[in-house]
Write a protein that binds this ligand. Structure first.
Ligand code: ZN
Length: 379
């Protein structure tokens, strides 16, 4: 049996009760839940989170939006997008779009000063209104806020997502994830030298490669954008291997260490990031050293394989997103129309209130219908 190292896997400081940290095996920003302790110290945890994990999370942010990740803490940040017609917008986690900058304009009219504020959320509107009140002390900001309109707009151009993945910085987050699971499975850090070196020394050679040649998840659930981390320590090949997969699409094989002669250790941890629910998957990680070298040389990514992985999870996600957006828009329009038609809950509506209600409903639904028409989704 291996002895757990009481030293931080990154900086080699002895881990004590004072500097121990709970590290997420899969980074929290993309929905990870499981945490391990006694693995890295508090300051390395913070530093790795701020740099390596943040880079991985930003590369995966478009997918986190498309699939609707639920996180244990916090929400998925807005995704800045630009469109083919040059708009710069923020895609919100609820599927709507906001301007990427607040705007403020004032115009002097015969009736007084007319101020127009576009804010991205209520808090931003409140702080902008405070500024208005400083300049014009007679402004009734509560009333202005009560009359503020919440609206969503759709981009007029096509949205292009940047789906870049990879590189040394996010690579270190991936290697750390796999090493965290190895730690949890009881594989000592000194048996994972390739990974340890890579995390400690920025000039050390990368110990991972992208892999799309075969499906390593034996019982892969259909249309599931899963996250998975696995390790396999095998005395026959002498290799301690790791695997990480994100959203069912990006797949990485890691060689944590060579010269392993302990007993066989296999472990995996997987989740559905849309719900956080754990999945029990069986991962076949049986590469020998020359296969690992081929993976490191990018030779295990056949043409069309990444596209096929995308296609296996994307259509269902896009359909779900469309359904969600339709429900959101209808709910928002209904609430807006009823609130502004002059009727009260429980009362019988007058003919003019019904007329007002229908026209308000149409007003709110039209941008959505036009957007669906333009995106060729009205059938
Ligand atoms: Zn440390």
């Amino acid at each position: 049996m291996n002895i757990r190292s009481p030293y931080c896997a990154i900086c080699n400081t002895q881990i004590s009760a004072g500097n121990n940290s709970k590290e997420h095996v899969i980074t929290e920003a993309i929905g990870g839940r499981l945490r391990v302790s006694g693995f890295i110290c508090k300051s390395c945890n913070n530093e790795a989170g701020r740099t390596w994990d943040a880079k991985l999370a930003s590369q995966l942010l478009p997918l986190a939006h498309i699939f609707g990740v639920t996180r244990q803490r916090g929400v998925t940040p807005g995704l800045p997008i630009s469109t083919t017609t040059g708009e710069n917008l923020i895609m919100r986690p609820d599927g709507g779009f906001s301007p990427n900058k607040p705007s403020f304009s004032e115009e002097i009219t015969p009736d007084g000063v007319q101020i127009k504020i576009v804010a991205r959320d209520v808090n931003e509107a409140k702080s902008m209104l405070k500024g208005v009140q400083r300049k014009y002390p007679n402004t009734n900001t509560d009333q202005l806020l009560a009359n503020a309109e919440f609206s969503s707009s759709y981009p007029t151009g096509m949205v292009h997502h940047q789906l870049d993945f990879g590189g040394e910085v996010s690579g270190r987050s991936i290697v750390k994830s796999v090493l965290a699971l190895a730690h949890q499975a009881g594989i000592a850090a000194n048996l994972c030298n390739d990974a340890i070196q890579y995390l400690r020394d920025h000039t050390a050679p990368a110990c991972f490669g992208y892999y799309q040649a075969t499906n390593l998840v034996a019982n892969r659930p259909l249309e599931t954008p899963l996250h998975c981390v696995a390790v396999n320590a095998n005395p026959v090949t002498g290799l301690v291997l790791g695997y990480a997969e994100y959203f069912g699409i990006h797949r990485v094989v890691v060689c944590l260490g060579k010269g392993y002669c302990g007993e066989v250790v296999k472990s995996s941890y997987a989740i559905d990031p849309r719900t956080g629910k754990e999945l029990y998957l069986s991962v076949n990680l049986d590469f020998n050293e020359s296969e690992i070298d081929a993976i490191y040389r990018y030779e295990m990514i056949p043409n069309g394989a990444i596209e096929a992985a995308f296609h296996a999870v994307m259509p269902a996600a896009l359909k779900k997103k469309d359904d969600f957006e339709r429900e959101r828009v209808i709910a928002e329009a209904t609430e807006y129309a009823f609130k502004n038609c002059g009727a009260k809950y429980g009362e019988i509506l007058t003919e003019s209130q019904v007329k007002k209600l229908s026209s308000l409903l149409l007003e709110k639904l039209t941008p959505y219908i036009m957007h669906m028409h333009k995106s060729n989704k009205l059938r």
